[in-house]
Ligand binder design. Structure first.
Ligand code: MRU
Length: 369
């Protein structure tokens, strides 16, 4: 996607230094656009844990590039195989909910462990990290085109006005390698000339909607309005939402969906108001080993400071943090919740749209039968 007219992806190898991975540091967005260098596995792990990069597909891609950096580091290690295992653990222990993380790490390890020649291992790691990034890009584009059908049909029902789409958090191009998951159908529809308007949930506490989704939609010229997290239900009751599309960090084989905290409440409101609730779920976010999302999906708990404090641009133009809550009030910060499959109208995958059921998913992905 473009930033001030210039095309970017979210992660890439530095053109004049193949030992450096570059990312867009998402922490200062939307007020500053910063590119950061990752040159060690430890830095890649920090970037994931501290959310310089975030969003399930991008977490997976960054982990893959982290393993590439580990292969570079392994050259000077007495036991390169042990070092790769150690690097995998460091990267794995960053964020627990997105299944893309173990998926990418396991895929890299399966290829790398049998290779004993260090030069070959580095080359294979580079090619595989590039492949994972390319595949995520491809998944996003395909989901965009499948999701277009849904938006097109809603447009045909109300040709006189924009299709109003509500989204939560940032499942946009900055959460993936490019194009996004939930936003991909929005970009494709907008580019196809279908008038759309997006309600952007601010998404407390990290405000990925207000800071990141709003910024990227604005960069692409898509009309949007930022709303507080509590507004969606009211809008749905008044016919102001035609469709909800969100992303997912982990979807079970039965269609339960873990996504950013607050998604479940949006699904309940959508259910009560007959608003279609779709989840854009690339296969890299599907955990085929799980059946019961509420019981089995690990839910990240983050620092309470993200709740007690809020980031913003100060009058000086600097980015700063202000305290919201009383000094002595404790806070609790769950990062994700689980929306049971029964509230999900459909899963938009790179192979088509499925019901949020095991049968539906297996029709598209029979290799997981
Ligand atoms: O905590 P984050 O910002 O990594 O959470 C991101 C989300 O919840 C996204 O909706 C999800 O990862 C899908 S990304 C395309």
């Amino acid at each position: 996607m473009k930033v001030n007219g210039q095309p970017y992806r979210t992660i890439w190898l530095k053109s004049d230094d193949p030992k450096t991975v570059q990312i867009i540091d998402q922490r200062p967005l939307p007020h500053q656009f910063v590119i950061a260098d990752l040159t060690t596995t430890a830095q890649a792990a920090t970037a994931i844990r501290e959310m310089w990069v975030r969003g399930a597909p991008l977490i997976g891609a960054t982990a893959a590039w982290g393993m590439y950096l580990a292969c570079l580091e392994a050259v000077s290690q007495a036991d390169p195989t042990a070092y790769l295992h150690q690097a995998r653990e460091i990267l794995f222990n960053t964020r627990p909910t997105a299944v893309n993380l173990p998926w990418a790490l396991d895929r890299m390890m399966a290829l790398l462990l049998p290779i004993s020649d260090s030069t070959q291992r580095i080359e294979v790691a580079k090619l595989e990290a590039e492949k994972i990034s390319e595949e995520e890009f491809d998944n996003s584009l395909k989901m965009g085109h499948f999701g277009l059908d849904i938006i097109q049909k809603l447009h045909e029902q109300h040709p006189d006005r924009p299709v109003n789409i509500l989204t939560h958090c940032n499942a946009g191009w900055l959460a993936t390698v490019d194009y996004g998951t939930a936003t991909a159908p929005m970009y494709v529809a907008h580019d196809a000339g279908i008038p759309i308007h997006v309600w952007v949930d601010e998404t407390r506490p990290r405000n990925q909607g207000a800071r990141i989704t709003a910024w990227e939609l604005g960069q692409h010229g898509i009309p949007h309005t930022v709303i507080t997290d509590n507004t969606g239900g009211h809008l749905m009751q008044h016919g102001m939402v035609d469709l909800v599309i969100v992303g997912t960090d982990r979807t079970t084989r039965t269609g339960d969906v873990a996504n950013k905290i607050g998604t479940y409440l949006k699904a309940l409101a959508a259910w009560d108001n007959d608003v279609p609730f779709y989840v854009a779920a690339p296969s890299t976010s599907i955990d085929w080993t799980l059946r019961d999302g509420i019981q089995e999906i690990p839910i990240e708990t983050r620092d309470a400071r993200e709740v007690t404090h809020i980031q913003g641009k100060l009058p000086s133009g600097e980015i700063g943090w202000g305290q919201l809550t009383p000094d002595s009030s404790p806070a609790l910060n769950y990062g994700f919740d689980v929306t049971p499959a029964k509230y999900v109208t459909g899963l938009i995958t790179e192979r088509g749209i499925s019901t949020a059921t095991e049968d539906g998913l297996l029709e598209l992905f029979p290799e997981h039968s």
